[in-house]
Design a protein around this ligand. Structure first.
Ligand SMILES: [Zn+2]
Length: 57
């Protein structure tokens, strides 16, 4: 499915800050930008389509 396996790997290997949406290294324990401690792994949604970008609502 992934057009760019390398890009996919990068996306999978980052954590995104809940607060400011900054990307952090997957080894990060807190956001490098705002210091927020809750980071989520960036991963594919279960539903596939609409999972990315539609999470705002
Ligand atoms: Zn942050």
């Amino acid at each position: 499915m992934a057009k760019f396996p390398e890009a996919e790997a990068v996306l999978m290997s980052v954590k995104v800050c809940h607060k400011c949406k900054s990307r952090n290294p997957k080894t990060a324990t807190k956001c490098r930008k705002c210091g927020y401690r809750y980071l989520r792994g960036k991963k594919k949604g279960k539903g596939g389509k609409g999972a990315a970008g539609g999470a705002a609502k």
